[in-house]
Design a binder for this molecule. Structure first.
Ligand SMILES: Nc1ncnc2c1ncn2[C@@H]1O[C@H](COP(=O)(O)OP(=O)(O)OP(=O)(O)O)[C@@H](O)[C@H]1O
Length: 205
């Protein structure tokens, strides 16, 4: 299982049709003006937004699986994380394997109540929580929005290491052009007319 993430003729509330392939193990950066529909596109890929069109991961078509099964394979990091239990640790499937230190967090953060977390701690822990579920593709909505530069670099390294190791495709929405060029092999722009076009090659290879 796994493989390329293939988005074909996606139409979301009048946006599109959008077609994009994210190759296995590669990162495609997606940028564009605020409010143009980047988050909507990501949510449609994980079937959290009504849409037309087709999404596949390798040979597996979204329509062949239930929504929970699809979202286990294609994991999304929303721009604002949701926490549904009181304690941080309770949100992890394998808390003993989690390494908060790789993102500059103290070990004891897992023992904290969620309400104690800063926005940057929430953001990093929600990424660790996503990877703890071992998805085969990553859909990331501004994963470093609340972080300082040093923490952002740690997040980049963790995501790219995961993608390389698992050959997972990564679709990364961000506003920072420098960052997208650094992490992505290809950067695409969603423009004001709702069309996707290439915004240059990234350096991240
Ligand atoms: N459920 C919804 N129903 C109707 N319109 C919506 C819905 N969700 C989002 N929108 C609208 O769709 C447009 C695109 O929103 P979206 O969050 O996808 O933009 P974005 O490109 O990710 O913006 P930003 O960069 O500011 O996060 C916005 O005008 C937003 O108000």
């Amino acid at each position: 299982m796994g493989g390329d993430l293939i988005i074909e003729n996606l139409v979301i509330r009048g946006l599109g049709p959008l077609t994009l392939t994210v190759p296995a193990g590669a990162c495609v950066g997606l940028s564009g003006p605020s409010g143009i529909g980047k988050s909507s596109l990501l949510r449609a890929v994980v079937d959290m937004e009504p849409h037309e069109g087709r999404v596949r991961l390798g040979e597996v078509d979204r329509g062949a699986l239930s929504a929970p099964e699809w979202r286990r394979m294609v994991g999304m990091l929303p721009s604002e994380s949701i926490w549904w239990l009181d304690g941080v640790k309770e949100h992890f499937l394998a808390p003993d394997k989690v390494r908060p230190d790789v993102l500059g967090l103290r070990e004891e953060v897992l023992a904290w109540p969620v309400k104690r977390l800063s926005s940057g701690e929430r953001q990093r822990l929600s990424l660790l929580r996503l990877l703890d579920r071992e998805p085969m593709a990553l859909i990331l909505d501004e994963p470093t929005a609340n972080l300082d530069e040093a923490s952002a670099l740690q997040v980049e390294a963790l995501i790219l290491g995961y993608a390389r190791e698992r050959q997972a495709p990564v679709l990364w929405v961000g506003h920072g052009k420098e960052q997208l060029k650094r992490v992505a092999q290809r950067v695409v722009m969603l423009d004001a007319t709702g069309a996707l076009h290439d915004a240059g090659k990234g350096e991240g290879a």
